[in-house]
Ligand binder design. Structure first.
Ligand code: ADP
Ligand code: MG
Length: 722
């Protein structure tokens, strides 16, 4: 079963109506829905025409009715027109017939097409309900008008206005729905509008202007101050500060120099830049963001799926309920007309149209809102899970800390100098890309020690590195590493523990199976880590730190940010297992880490949150992607998800309330079919308007209080130190 992306109906894939869009196949309940999807502008203008016909007809009817009532009240017209078969009635009825018929068949045409299609495929849709409802009123009135004897009873009225007004209302409701939807989806469209249409590039050593979509990889783009950068690239000359707010949500401009990456659609604030294009077309950060947002906006929440399956069974049962209503009225109460009106009212009020838009409307706004602030939510399921999350596991290196450690201590345990320890240790590290390795290599360069390439090199994930230099076997790594190669590390233990209790990561350097020294590195915390943990505690979520580092170092760092629970000495491959363990304890776990190294753990978690991906969104695993490197965005993403989910639930409640509350009232004959139509139009509109309210949601809401708490806590700490 697939879902109609326009009305939200569950449709059978075999129904034959499908369109390919963006590499995905979509299925539709009716040709109208299909057209609304494939050519929205045309369909909207066709819809406008139908609305003109329907509303002008309905209005004319209202005026005639009004004039008649006024005339009767003023005594100018006698009531003799009412009972059949006097001539005034026939001419009045004819007038109505002439006005209503175009409304019925031009305005309502779209419903018949949809209903016909549903019948052909032996399914039911909303068009069917509206068609049966309005045609009942129309055909009945026509029969009364031309063949009065065919109808039992004495009092005979025409109900042309019922069908005309229903058609007008439902069309108006649909139109407003589309209009509001269009406004809500503008978040994505706005994103696409961000990239500049034209670009200046150097071709054949002269500068020419071309449309941005014709930029090729490695083209050199020239970007003047105040201009937008046409596509993702690397600065080759010039320096500037760049406003990246539209992509990352970061409001402060970022300084950039040659060699730095820049993102397409961001604004060059100062210098003249030459930028080599590194990504074009679908590969750019902007395209990726739009892709993720669009996918998310068309995803379905579990609650919605439940609502949909109810709605799918709803339509056939409504038809039977309406028939039963009519039969009861006619045979038990003996009232044919009341039965017919109740039948029409039940058909109309039962139309589950608001149900279909309940999730998409809120999702559109919530997901768009996140995208504006660099928070990409991959789909409705993550909004749903965000409500249950009670534990968040953070990777240490690069997530809580900056991931750019510096060497702080060098210890020689035997007769080698500290410089020699660094030289041997650094030589093998030069083959590794680990942040620890980079810290050590930086220190080597700083001390102007020449580096030679090792003759042999191996990197052991989560343990360290080893290699051969000038025939000497060198090992850099932690305790497990030394154990694995049967190197006695007891000589280093005392120093290791001292360094680790200071929050440093201590790496042992062994040469030819003998421990010679220790190089310690320390990483600084990201500015907002501590506040981010407070924000989560405030949401009732427990934070846990996971790391490959040893217990002591981990504890020292955890304490600084206010995390109580740590899971240390975890090999990278085992992080996912640790997440699983927490889940087995009944916890709902989100994992925050970088989307590349921590991918398995992110995938295992109920919500994987990839942080600081910058512009490389394509590579990311994770249900939520935080483009910025700010840990505060974790609580913001959870808050926004919860707020959006709340809206979805409200919407579903209201949509159901209209339907299920309305049906018994309509069956009892207490609901005029015209009011039923108005209520249906209103229900869709109110669901969408309720979702639009989410647009006012502030992504940083609730943080002022937190900030105050944080500051007073810092002050207390300061005072305690003095
Ligand atoms: P984290 O969970 O902090 O990202 P890793 O799994 O990357 O940690 O590494 C765990 C531990 O393995 C490090 O704390 C360090 O002791 C050791 N290690 C990893 N890579 C290296 C390296 N290149 N040189 C020395 N030690 C390393
Ligand atoms: Mg890491």
């Amino acid at each position: 079963m697939a879902k109609d992306p326009v009305c939200g109906m569950i449709v059978n894939e075999k129904s034959g109506l499908s369109s390919d869009f963006g590499g995905k196949k979509f299925y539709f309940c009716s040709p109208t829905c299909q057209k609304t999807f494939t050519e929205p502008e045309k369909e909207l203008s066709r819809m406008k025409k139908r609305i003109y016909v329907a509303t002008s007809g309905a209005l004319a009817l209202a005026i005639i009715r009004g004039a008649l009532y006024l005339g009767v009240a003023a005594g100018a017209i006698t009531v003799s027109w009412v009972p059949f078969p006097e001539i005034p009635f026939l001419s009045y009825g004819l007038l109505l017939f002439i006005i209503v018929t175009p409304v019925q068949f031009i305005g309502g045409w779209t419903f018949y097409v949809g209903a016909f299609h549903a019948i052909l495929k032996k399914t039911a849709n909303m068009d069917l309900l509206i068609s049966i409802g309005t045609l009942t009123a129309y055909i009945y009135s026509t029969v009364v008008l031309f063949f009065p004897d065919a109808i039992p009873g004495d009092e005979k009225f025409v109900y042309f206005e019922v069908s005309a007004v229903i058609i007008a209302f439902v069309l108006l409701g649909k139109y407003m729905e589309e209009a509001i939807k269009k406004k809500s989806s503008s978040a994505v469209k706005k994103l696409l509008d961000l990239s500049p249409p034209m670009a200046r590039v150097v071709r054949d050593s002269s500068e020419i202007e071309i449309p941005s979509n014709q930029i090729k990889l490695d083209d050199i783009m020239i970007v003047k101050p105040g201009e937008k950068i046409p596509t993702d690239g690397v600065i080759i000359s010039g320096e500037s500060s760049i406003d990246e707010k539209m992509i990352t949500g970061e409001s402060l401009p970022v300084g950039k120099k040659p060699g730095d990456q820049v993102i397409g659609a961001t604004v060059n604030k100062q210098g003249l830049l030459q930028i080599k294009a590194s990504k074009v077309g679908k590969e750019t950060a902007l395209s990726q963001i739009v892709h993720v947002v669009e996918q998310a906006q068309s995803s379905t929440a579990k609650v919605q799926r439940m609502a949909d399956s109810i709605a799918a069974k709803f339509v056939p049962s409504v038809v039977s309920a309406a028939v039963v209503t009519f039969l009861l009225w006619y045979f038990v109460m003996g009232d044919f007309i009341a039965g017919m009106l109740a039948f029409v009212a039940v058909m109309i009020i039962a139309c589950p149209c608001a149900l279909g838009v309940a999730t998409p409307a809120a999702l559109m706004v919530g997901v768009g809102k996140g995208a504006e602030s660099g928070i990409l939510i991959r789909g409705a399921e993550y909004l749903e899970r965000s409500q249950k999350i009670n534990t968040i596991v953070f990777d240490k290196t690069g997530t809580i800390t900056k991931g750019e450690p510096d060497v702080t201590d060098i210890v020689s345990l035997n007769e080698l100098t500290e410089r020699q320890i660094l030289e041997y240790g650094g030589t093998v590290e030069s083959g590794s890309e680990h942040p620890i390795a980079q810290a050590i290599v930086n220190k080597v360069k700083e001390m102007k020690i020449p580096l030679i390439a090792p003759d042999e090199f191996e990197s052991l994930n989560g343990l360290g590195v080893r290699g051969i230099v000038h025939g000497k076997k060198i090992y850099d790594g932690n305790r497990q590493m030394m154990k694995q190669f049967s190197i006695d590390a007891s000589l280093a233990e005392q120093n290791m523990e001292r360094l680790e209790s200071e929050g440093k990561t201590a790496i042992m350097v062994a040469i030819d199976d003998k421990i010679e020294g220790i190089i310690a590195v320390a990483d600084s915390l990201k500015e907002t880590s501590q506040m981010a943990i407070m924000a989560l505690t405030d949401l009732g979520i427990e934070s846990i730190m996971i790391t490959g580092d040893n217990e002591k170092t981990a504890k020292a760092i955890a304490q600084k940010v206010g995390i109580e629970k740590i899971i240390a000495n975890v090999l990278p491959a085992d992080k996912a297992k640790e997440i699983k363990k927490l889940q087995d304890q009944g916890k709902f776990v989100a994992m925050v880490g970088d989307g590349i190294n921590d991918a398995p753990a992110l995938a295992q978690a109920d919500i994987g949150i990839a942080i600081g991906s910058g512009s490389d969104i394509a590579k990311e695993t994770g249900g939520i992607i935080l483009i910025r490197d700010d840990l505060m965005d974790v609580s913001r993403a959870i808050r926004l998800s919860r707020a959006t989910m709340k809206k979805i639930k409200q919407n579903l409640f209201w949509a159901f309330a209209y339907n299920s509350g309305g049906i018994p009232i309509a069956a009892l004959g207490l609901l005029n079919p015209i009011f039923a139509a108005a209520a249906m139009a209103l229900s869709s509109i109110s669901v969408i308007a309720n979702s639009s309210l989410l647009r006012r949601y502030k992504i940083t809401s609730g943080e002022e209080k937190l900030m105050k708490n944080y500051q007073s806590q810092q002050q207390k700490l300061e005072r305690a130190k003095l």
